[in-house]
Design a binder for this molecule. Structure first.
Ligand SMILES: [Zn+2]
Ligand SMILES: [Zn+2]
Length: 248
């Protein structure tokens, strides 16, 4: 079923909006469902700017509770309350505390609307590493990402329509990531820095050194920070662009 699964890059930037890029977020589209992977504060601009109807989202999948990854959920809920009234259920999948933190954020941003009953069933599903979960028809297995110690941070191995997508989330480079990426049709990997080595993110040379041995069909770097973006012309590995579509 070639072309039946596609990943739309809504945003490929980091937390700082480097290069004017939207916060990293993706639509995983199949003939049966559309899943929004990550939901930063720029989500509505990114979707509407690229002509996507927000109503088509069947489920939201979040990797961790950093603002550039979940800070847009209240805006999506506002959209479904006022601009694109929703009736069908929405499930938000994410790590522990997804519901509590998102509800607190919604209350802080829009106090009255957050108190209002929603016009649709909103469900929360907190996932656990190694336990596959059905995200709107996508078999999704979380794994632990090595990011910040104060949060539960996940990457995801997603299987749908005979294709496998591995998503790093925000993570340092680890052997686990290499193990997960093996055999994937698409490995969507963060690359936040180039010359600065951090224990919480991947620097371009770290992934470039291992790219050949990963054994994935396609590697696309995203969550691009100022350092890799400054060198975009000279980078050998494929880098995501806002609005790009990856057919699997
Ligand atoms: Zn991030
Ligand atoms: Zn993060």
């Amino acid at each position: 079923m070639s072309g039946a699964v596609r990943v739309v890059v809504l945003g490929s930037g980091d937390a700082f909006g480097s290069g004017g890029r939207a916060h990293s977020a993706y639509l995983i589209e199949t003939p049966h469902s559309t899943v929004l992977l990550e939901c930063g504060p720029t989500i509505l601009q990114a979707m509407k700017g690229a002509g996507h109807d927000t109503a088509k989202i069947d489920a939201v999948l979040l990797s961790h509770m950093h603002g550039d990854h979940f800070g847009g959920v209240p805006f999506l809920l506002m959209e479904y309350l006022y601009e694109r009234p929703r009736e069908r259920p929405l499930t938000v999948f994410g790590p522990p505390e997804t519901e509590a933190r998102t509800r607190r954020l919604f209350s802080a941003l829009y106090e009255k609307p957050a108190e209002k009953p929603l016009s649709f069933p909103l469900r929360w599903h907190e996932v656990a590493p190694g336990t596959p979960v059905d995200v709107a028809g996508l078999r999704t297995t979380p794994f632990v990402a090595t990011h910040v110690p104060e949060l539960c941070c996940y990457g995801y191995r997603i299987e749908v329509g005979g294709k496998t997508i591995v998503y790093s989330g925000d993570s340092a480079w680890t052997d686990e990531l290499a193990r997960q990426a093996r055999g994937a049709d698409l490995f969507l990997c963060e690359c936040s820095t180039y010359e600065t080595l951090l224990p919480i993110h991947i620097a371009y040379p770290e992934i470039a050194a291992r790219a050949r041995e990963l054994g994935c069909r396609r590697l696309v770097l995203s969550h691009l920070g100022a350092e890799p973006l400054r060198r975009l012309e000279e980078l050998k590995l494929e880098c995501a662009r806002d609005g790009m579509t990856i057919e699997l």
